[in-house]
Design a protein around this ligand. Structure first.
Ligand code: ADP
Ligand code: MG
Length: 273
């Protein structure tokens, strides 16, 4: 679905914000991109829907080269982006109008728009708020409306650029649950996050550091590379760190990604004592 082939990007008079990054993401994958502040995550995200074009290398979205202006519209329909600040993404004064905004700009007939808006609001559990004013909503609810606005465009890929960063724990849980559901429905989801415990929920984690891709693999193999993560300014998720501490204290537990798994591993270990 997405291919980056030796992509580099540089803002004016800066070091390269992306440095020779090559990766591909298949249709239907749930991928986390993690990295310290300034590591290039947002720069990479903006390459996925032609908001930025590579200085060197190539980005293909569903086979379409982002640097060909003739592809821009098709690419923007395929890749929906949700950003960090919920207040910057809602443009109208009524929730359902906001969700309809994208499809209206695509010139979709009004009956079809109605259907898409209802479906998108239901997908994020915000049907009851259709007639409400966005400024009356919580941060988490606003992000859900922003996601609905993208879904109404029928995207194949959803990119969330630290979309949970400004949310309270409940808002964060709600957005993560929706992400899980969309992934199950077959949408390709790319979740950019600074929370390693959120990355642990994905099938695959890509780690950026100083514009370079330093790790790419399933959570278990990425979290086993503690030295590389530390150099990239990242911590292990709390559960993985706890397992490592127990091992340092003399136990020998496998790498566990959640509390239940760790509890089970400790139980198995104690049975063998
Ligand atoms: P992240 O999203 O991981 O925090 P960014 O992709 O925003 O990282 O930034 C990567 C690098 O590019 C940083 O050094 C940042 O300062 C620089 N950068 C980002 N946006 C701009 C911009 N609009 N102009 C100049 N430099 C920028
Ligand atoms: Mg960013």
């Amino acid at each position: 679905m997405i291919t980056l082939d030796h992509v580099s990007y540089q803002y004016d008079r800066q070091d390269a914000a992306l440095n020779d990054v090559s990766l591909s993401i298949a249709d239907g994958e749930l991928v986390a991109i993690v990295g310290h502040n300034g590591s290039g995550k947002s720069t990479l995200a903006k390459h996925l829907n032609a908001l930025l074009l590579p200085y060197a290398g190539k980005v293909l979205v569903d086979g379409l080269d982002t640097s060909d202006p003739e592809n821009t519209l098709a690419i923007r329909q395929k890749v929906g982006m949700v950003f960090q600040n919920p207040d910057n993404q809602l443009v109208t004064t009524i929730v359902e109008e906001d969700v309809a905004f994208g499809p209206e700009n695509l010139g979709i007939p009004s009956g079809e728009i109605r259907r898409r808006v209802d479906e998108a609001l239901a997908a994020v559990g915000m049907e009851a708020f259709a007639k409400k004013a966005p400024h009356m909503l919580s941060g988490g609810q606003k992000q859900r409306v922003a996601i609905a606005g993208m879904l109404a465009m029928n995207p194949q890929v959803l990119v969330l650029d630290e979309a949970t960063a400004m949310l309270d724990p409940q808002g964060r849980r709600d957005v993560l649950e929706i992400v899980g559901r969309l992934h199950k429905k077959g949408i390709t989801v790319i979740m950019i996050t600074q929370h390693m415990s959120e990355a642990a929920l994905c099938d695959r984690i890509i780690v950026l550091s100083g514009g370079h891709m330093v790790l790419d693999g399933p959570p278990r193999s990425v979290f086993a590379q503690e030295d590389i993560l530390r150099k990239a300014g990242l911590d292990l998720p709390p559960v993985v760190r706890m397992g490592a501490l127990l091992n340092a204290g003399g136990m020998s537990l496998p790498l566990c990604l959640d509390v239940e798994e760790l509890a089970e591993a400790i139980w198995q270990y104690s049975c063998k004592m």
